[in-house]
Design a protein around this ligand. Structure first.
Ligand code: ADP
Length: 263
């Protein structure tokens, strides 16, 4: 759990009215769903908002094995006795933290069931193993992310689940704004940042390669960091942008050739 007092405000460049929406959702005790491809700043936005609202942030990176027990808690054996250990959802609901469920379409269906009563007017958490129902702290907030992924292999989120959230869409920012993010995050020169953004946009438009993920802001930031510390530009782009996107040697080769011309 990150305590807001311990770190300085995480840098987040707003691209619309998302900060305002989030603040109002918090005030109205409404859960928020952040929709958008990976690496578009969703996690950074939540870190920034938790800091701005002075709430602790608890992040759970969901995967297909994540279960309601992982979120709510479990009995553990301590010596000869068993002891109850709160899971992150229970801790957040009790303490008034922001719980960020990253990739909410991934976990087992019982996770969605577990959060139901917390996402509506009841704001209660039922802990079946203890036979207890808890009222969430006034400042508790649930935030989830979802990658709608128009490509193959992405999981869907049920309409009934989506409707429990206020939803915000995240996309790759305008080139000028994305270059500004790169400069701020890494200290790289503006002309280099603009070239990296140009590469990013070129790859994003190459639909025919069938990449499951594309060149996200995160990958561009990584390349910018390597360049800023002195790694040659072409090598930086290759290892930070091209190689992470595909394992197919032909695709890697084609992308590398393309990028070499652009940096
Ligand atoms: P997501 O959660 O959508 O996968 P992240 O929040 O982890 O993406 O963003 C990846 C990286 O991209 C961040 O660590 C940050 O460096 C950068 N980034 C993306 N968008 C922004 C933004 N709007 N403001 C600041 N940094 C951003």
């Amino acid at each position: 759990m990150t305590s807001p007092q311990q770190v300085s405000m995480p840098y987040y460049k707003a691209t619309g009215r998302e900060k305002e929406v989030f603040e109002h959702a918090f005030r109205n005790k409404l859960p928020v769903l952040l929709k958008g491809p990976t690496g578009t700043g969703k996690s950074r936005f939540v870190e920034h908002m938790a800091h701005a609202l002075n709430r602790p942030l608890i992040t759970v990176s969901c995967h297909e094995e994540t279960s309601s027990t992982d979120l709510i808690g479990r009995f553990i054996i301590k010596g000869a006795a068993t002891e109850w250990l709160d899971g992150p959802l229970t801790v957040a609901a009790r303490q008034g933290a922001i719980l960020y469920l990253d990739e909410i379409a991934e976990p087992r269906p019982d996770v969605i069931v577990a959060i139901h009563s917390l996402t509506d007017h009841r704001r209660t958490l039922f802990i079946d193993k203890l036979g207890q129902t808890w009222q969430a702290h006034d400042d508790f907030m649930l935030v989830a992310s979802f990658n709608p992924g128009y490509q193959r292999g992405f999981k869907e989120l049920k309409a009934s689940t989506r409707q429990r959230f206020v939803a915000l869409s995240f996309q790759y920012p305008e080139p000028k704004v994305e270059a500004e993010i790169l400069c701020n995050e890494t200290g790289v020169a503006q002309d280099v940042a603009l070239k990296l953004v140009h590469i990013g946009n070129k790859i994003r438009n190459l639909k025919e390669l069938g990449l499951t993920e594309t060149a996200s802001t995160r990958l561009l930031v990584d390349a910018a960091k390597l360049i800023h510390t002195g790694l040659p530009k072409r090598l930086s782009v290759r290892v930070a942008i091209v190689e992470p996107l595909s394992d197919d040697p032909e695709i890697v080769g084609a992308l590398a050739d393309l990028c070499d011309l652009m940096i």
